[in-house]
Write a protein that binds this ligand. Structure first.
Ligand SMILES: Cc1ncc(COP(=O)(O)O)c(C=O)c1O
Length: 366
């Protein structure tokens, strides 16, 4: 998407009276004002990781019930360090990943290029790894990674029993368990366990602050004090020990206070919205019902026609329906990710159906 298209789309979404999928885009000035909610703006900024950054680390360690937590500028860097730690401690350069996971699909194979690690895929099925697949691994692995939820498969989660069994199977074959918990925040309702209990199954967990929590950027790697000491050394080596990160830290702290408690409502309402969307002509939702407040929606039209219709509906009727369509593998179908957050909470199934009809009425196929 070009810069101009993106700006036009953001301006249209921002001006909407009703938003179904996603959040109303904020300006930098609004973001600055929000920082006030995260801590004392009259205090000293952080100096290489103290102050609000240290407060955030303590807060997340407490939430996840881990001995320690280390702030990173990106999740990509945090997870490289987690995998490197596992390989160093176990002596095995192979890690068990899912081909659809972020580490494999979206990081240009940093684990191989930066750390010399190899991956093995216990499955290519569009869901997380199972205990049986982990037990059947033909070679020793240092770390088994589970992405909770697995975004590229439709934000899907295992059940709690499946997750616990997979973690036990990984430990039984001598591997460490690492959770890519970029979106673990919204996994608690489906798993029916607390963040503390979920992270308790893993040896390390990474969480992100800018996806669901609404922060500016940043991540934390949580685990034992030994992992944390190692992570601080490697964070420095990777160039991740940033002089000041207080905007990211304060926005994350604010998000943990304000956004985290609302997530169960989003997840509950996502089921209502998904059911209404699946009743649109030719629509398909996955997973149904959704496991989190995000899911995939398919419609039988080309992506370009759907993106144009979404923008026209926004600009002319001030209604933001669902955007970000991509052509799907099945010809003539397009897929978009739907996120049900605060702006969607007052949408009834009838509202979804009516707006859906107006949206589809604007689809013009070439
Ligand atoms: C599942 C998952 N893991 C890891 C990351 C990496 O996060 P970052 O952008 O902070 O490097 C992302 C980012 O989108 C993600 O979705």
């Amino acid at each position: 998407m070009s810069h101009n298209t993106r700006q036009r789309r953001l301006a249209a979404q921002r001006a909407c009276d009703h938003i179904l999928s996603g959040l109303r885009p904020t300006t930098m000035r609004e973001r600055l004002a929000d920082l006030d909610a995260g801590g004392d703006l009259d205090g000293q900024p952080d100096f290489y990781g103290d102050g609000p950054v240290a407060t955030l680390e303590e807060r997340v360690a407490e939430l996840l019930g881990t001995e320690a937590a280390v702030f990173f500028p990106t999740g990509t860097m945090a997870q490289q360090v987690a995998l490197r730690y596992g390989a160093d401690r176990t002596g095995h350069p192979t890690v068990a990943l899912h081909p659809l996971g972020h580490l494999e699909a979206d990081e240009r194979h940093a684990y191989a290029n930066l750390s010399g690690l190899r991956s093995t895929w216990p499955t290519t099925e569009p869901r997380n790894l199972t205990a049986e697949e982990i037990t059947a691994l033909a070679e020793p692995v240092s770390t088994v990674v589970m992405e909770l939820p697995l975004r590229n498969a439709g934000f899907v989660l295992p059940t709690w029993d499946e997750l616990a069994a997979a973690a036990a199977a990984a430990h039984a074959v001598g591997a460490r368990v690492h959770f890519d918990g970029a979106r673990v925040w919204e996994s608690t309702p489906y798993l029916a366990h607390t963040l503390n209990e979920i992270a308790g199954l893993a040896d390390s967990t990474y969480v992100s602050f800018y996806k669901t929590i609404g922060g500016i950027s940043g991540a934390v790697l949580a685990g034992t004090t030994d992992l944390a000491s190692y992570a601080r050394i490697w964070r420095r080596r990777y160039g991740g020990e940033v002089f000041q990160q207080w905007p990211a830290a304060l926005s994350a702290l604010a998000g943990l206070d304000t956004e985290l408690p609302r997530i169960p409502d989003y997840v509950r309402h996502a089921r209502t919205v998904a059911a209404a969307l699946s009743a649109l002509p030719g629509a398909r939702v996955h997973p149904e019902p959704p496991h989190t407040h995000r899911f995939r929606l398919w419609l039988p039209h080309p992506a370009q026609a759907l993106n144009d219709a979404a923008l026209a509906l926004a600009e002319e009727e001030k209604v933001w329906f669902v955007a970000g369509w991509q052509d799907a593998a099945v010809p003539g179908m397009a897929m978009a990710e739907v996120t049900v957050a605060a702006p969607a909470l007052d949408w009834t199934p009838d509202d979804v159906a009516e707006a859906g009809e107006r949206f589809l009425g604007r689809v013009v196929e070439q």
